[in-house]
Ligand binder design. Structure first.
Ligand SMILES: [Zn+2]
Length: 256
């Protein structure tokens, strides 16, 4: 019999929960560590449709990237996600910034999805030595327009927005999710392009000023890349448990 605690412990080995950033809330956030598990759903987020899918599968645990409890709970009503989890006897383990920072984590998988080679940290988080963002080299140089198209295809984006840099793209920085603030650190590493999941006007202006092609590929698509590799690792470690990727899709639609 496999327990929630054993799966938590494995996640703690590959992406230690204590390495999460200070503002974060990670770990076993809902449920009984001693509960038996034979079916697990893995998802970027825990939403009502994800809970419904877990129930249809007969899963006992959902592993998500984004924490199901983040801001302090002031009340708990039946339709709130943590209450639904308890109602359906589902446990939730959330690996957020600890998974961003992990060597097998989100930025690593984002860089792999773009076939970046010889990846190095853009910046390390405090004194942990763990990379907050990575930069590496494309197999071949692309024009800014072709690079934006390449990112869109590789990450299966409905659309991307980008600034057009002043040079061919060979060296690329990646910072998943709301990681656009690391544009300036990536620029200091000499990147030709920077890929992130959210962006602000002044950051696009700064990218233009520095000649960097900055691609905002959407929060969902820059992070969902971690789910399948995580499932493969979990499945290898726990062959007796069934791990399934949730059917969650990008909540953002694009008009093209
Ligand atoms: Zn995120």
């Amino acid at each position: 019999m496999t327990t929630v605690a054993e799966i938590y412990q494995y996640l703690n080995e590959i992406a230690p929960f204590h390495t999460a950033m200070d503002f974060d809330n990670v770990g076993l956030l809902v449920g009984d560590p001693g509960a038996a598990v034979d079916s697990v759903l893995v998802s970027l987020d825990i939403t009502t449709p994800v809970i419904e899918q877990a129930c249809e599968l007969g899963a006992q645990l959902i592993i998500s990237h984004h924490p199901v409890i983040f801001a302090p709970l002031k009340r708990l009503r039946p339709k709130d996600i943590p209450a639904q989890l308890i109602e359906h006897r589902l446990a939730a383990v959330c690996a957020h910034t600890n998974l961003d920072l992990a060597t097998c984590g989100v930025n690593t998988q984002l860089a792999a999805a773009l076939s970046l080679q010889d990846c190095k940290p853009v910046k390390t988080y405090r004194d942990t030595g763990l990379a907050e963002a990575l930069f590496g080299t494309l197999p071949q140089a692309l024009s800014p327009e072709d690079f934006a198209q390449y990112v869109k295809e590789r990450l299966h984006c409905g659309g991307v927005k980008y600034t057009r840099g002043d040079r061919p793209v060979r060296t690329v920085g990646v910072s998943c999710g709301a990681g656009s603030g690391l544009l300036f650190d990536a620029a200091a590493c000499g990147v030709d392009a920077f890929v992130t999941g959210e962006s602000k006007h002044h950051e696009h202006l700064a990218a233009c000023e520095t000649g960097i092609t900055m691609v905002d590929a959407g929060h969902f698509n820059t992070e969902d890349v971690v789910v399948e590799p995580l499932i493969r690792m979990l499945q290898t470690q726990f062959p007796q448990v069934a791990f399934c990727k949730s059917g969650q899709d990008d909540p953002v639609c694009y008009l093209v």
